[in-house]
Design a protein. Sequence first.
Length: 53
Amino acid sequence: MLRRFLKEENAIGTVEMILILVVLIGLVIIFKSQLTTLVNKIFKTINSKATSV
């Protein structure tokens, strides 16, 4: 079923894929500082929990 979906020509067009990528890149650019802060906090938590084990 998945192969049939992927082989369909009208499943997802090139234009739609480009638009989705543009929106995702735009969101990353807009929220870059918040994302880096969040990722840094997550890694600090992971490192602190790993050292306690």
